[in-house]
Design a protein around this ligand. Structure first.
Ligand code: ADP
Ligand code: MG
Length: 240
């Protein structure tokens, strides 16, 4: 579903992605972890081309997304993105946040878009909040709405960039639960997170990034039991 082939990216002199090779199969859940500043956000943002790359190729669902001819709107309909800071539209109700893109980009009828939005809100446990505005919701609720909004476009892939790191501790679990359900439903997911419990329980593979390179790529049990690189061992010790 996703393939990175020798991907390089520079921000001026800074070599942020340094030869990334990675494949994510359909239905697979890959957790990306690593120190702050190692290139994790840049890495997942290249998948839907929120960041361009300088060298290499990225393929998503059989399409070369780094080809300048790629239709970025079509790509972003297929690849949902959940940000650390939710990024809901503050002036729109929960329901309108979810129906906006399907109606604008996919030309869905309002009635059908609202029906689907209500189903998605049910799925994330927020059916009763459809008329609320983002500011009236807790951080955990806002993030669950953001996930529902991503799913409304019926994506093939969902990307998450530290979806729980802006949340108060008591709200982290409810968001991780929604993500776990989504993984179990067969969604292909790339998740940047420091929630190692989630990685252990839900990930098929853990990828450890350091200085723009993939240093380790292993099933969670192997990664946690026998990290090969000193940098990964150090990273895991710091999380304890
Ligand atoms: P992570 O998500 O692992 O913390 P990022 O991908 O956000 O890392 O950043 C990797 C490096 O690239 C950092 O040194 C960061 O400061 C730098 N960086 C990120 N975005 C930009 C940008 N738009 N312009 C310049 N440098 C950037
Ligand atoms: Mg980041």
């Amino acid at each position: 579903m996703i393939r990175f082939i020798n991907v390089h990216k520079w921000f001026k002199d800074l070599h942020v992605l340094n030869g990334i090779d990675l494949q994510v199969a359909q239905g697979e859940v890959v957790v990306v972890c690593g120190p702050s500043g190692s290139g994790k956000s840049t890495l997942i943002r290249t998948v839907n081309q929120l960041e361009s790359i300088n060298e290499g190729e990225i393929w998503v669902d059989g399409k070369n997304v780094t080809d300048p001819k790629t239709d970025l709107n079509a790509l972003r309909a297929e690849v949902g993105f959940v940000f650390q800071h939710f990024n809901l539209y503050p002036h729109l109700s929960v329901l309108d946040n979810i129906t906006l893109s399907p109606m604008r980009v996919k030309k869905m009828e309002r009635v059908a878009a609202e029906k689907r939005a209500e189903e998605l809100l049910e799925r994330v446990g927020l059916a009763h909040k459809k008329d609320a505005f983002p500011a009236q919701l807790s951080g955990g609720q806002q993030q669950r709405v953001a996930i529902a909004r991503g799913l409304a476009m019926q994506p093939q892939v969902m990307l998450f960039d530290e979806p729980t790191s802006a949340l108060d501790p008591e709200m982290i679990g409810e968001v991780l639960k929604v993500m776990k359900d989504l993984a179990e439903s067969g969604m292909t997911m790339m998740v940047v997170t420091h929630e190692m419990g989630f990685a252990r329980e839900v990930a098929d593979r853990v990828v450890f990034v350091d200085h723009g390179r993939i240093l380790e790529e292993a099933p969670p049990e192997e990664f946690f039991m026998r990290p090969q690189h000193e940098r990964a061992q150090q990273f895991l010790r710091q999380l304890l």
